[in-house]
Design a protein around this ligand. Sequence first.
Ligand code: NG1
Ligand code: MG
Length: 509
Amino acid sequence: MNIAQFVPEVKSAAEVYPPEAQAHQTQRWEHLLAKFEEHYGQPAAFIARAPGRVNIIGEHIDYMLFSVLPMAVEADMLLAIRITPQSSTIKIANVLPKYPEREFTVPTAGSGDIEIDGTKLEWSNYFKAGYRGAVEFLRRNGVAEASAPPGMEILVDGTVPSGGGLSSSAAFVCASALAAMASMGVATVDKKELVGLSIVSERYVGVNSGGMDQSASVLGQEGSALYISFDPELTVEAVAFPKKPEMVFLIANTFKTVEKQVTGPIHYNLRVVETTLAAEVLAKMLQLGPLPEDAGPLGASLKGLMGLYFTKNPSEESLEKRLAEVAQIAQGVLYKQEGYTREEIAEILEIPVETLTQKYMTRFPVRAEKFQLQARTLHVFNEAARVVKMYRVLAESSQEENSSKEVLVKLGELMNESQKSCKELYDCSCEELDELCRLAREAGSYGSRLTGAGWGGCSVHLVPKEKAEAVKKAWLEEYYAKLGLSEDKLLEAIVESKPGSGAVLYKLQ
Ligand code: NG1
Ligand code: MG
């Protein structure tokens, strides 16, 4: 399916959430609007809303342009907004006092970009990033208001845990871009444009992000997971999980938070560099010629490499088989299991080390002695194949009224294999995530894995409905009890998640 949809304007909170959540969410929206008026002395004119997401399978492959299978969740970021045309100041506050109120001046066409220091952990950076992306987008498209945008007053209420793997960052960036557009008089926003500009925006915050989170947040559909592809263009297909036998997705937070702004150089941004360099090294060693340059966050991608390989070596095999073939080739070519130094990579690519550093490690710096090209590449190709397998199993089982338990077992196995690969090949799990997965499986989960970037944050579990209580009990007694959590925090620990709808703009009369 191609995306030619616009972000809808809704008339009430109730339109956005599943029936059982509507009463509670309506109260939350009303509370936000009341707080807004109390804080700024005038009523708000809009609410921009964008949800978090949970990734079911396809981890760390979006930035290599392979398809992923996430779903939007109910937890979201709400921005209540008033436009202040007489002022050139944007004020942004949060219902949670731990996020202090901030103020900055709107950028006019001559005044340069809004400054964002991506090396600092500052909550309003995410707003600024989405805002800046929207301004740049509108200027490119000749929207007059974008050369001198009006001031705004904003109050934020978010229920997506931060640093928790449910992508509070993308939810915040997408909602902010939407808010910015509303302030500049843009009533209808093409979803695909919003996704595209939000991906670029998130990179202003210092993370060399892929496109999964922003796509899921904007394109979410109630009741469906999303099969999202990025190449050759962004497409999304709704996929349903079997209704029978009954199953639930449980999300369990490790409460180990990871802030990518801080750990990027040894975790997330480093993985983007490793996989990009793996694509370059493979292209060189296999004498495939130059890779397509405009694709991944740093240019080359493993999907681009694979495309080039099969252009030169045409194959009639299925996508899974072709992925297995390139994985096998990569294993042989990138044979150094201890990893590659900068010098070794520069030599293979026949460029000076300085050029290598400048091209791949300057805008998003990384710290590493050795680059693990083989292990990372194997994860990417195999994980991409698991996504395709899951998609096929789901497409086949959705034809049937009653699918069998074996279908759920198969889906669970794919999730378990994904976790193993994230841990062993991608090195992005941690003890806490492993422990939550182990406890869940022992209590009856079919499939358990980390979700999002990993190294902490949340885990996701496919659990037969009748085992859900047992799994929760095991976590509470054997994991959460040790953390000494407050009651509030404990309530946030485990979420039973249903696929939710995507970003919207709520216009008050
Ligand atoms: P989280 O950790 O949820 O922000 C990140 C990336 C995704 C994707 C996953 C790993 C950002 C904004 N998001 O998700 O694009 O690469 O890690 O699959 O960086
Ligand atoms: Mg994030």
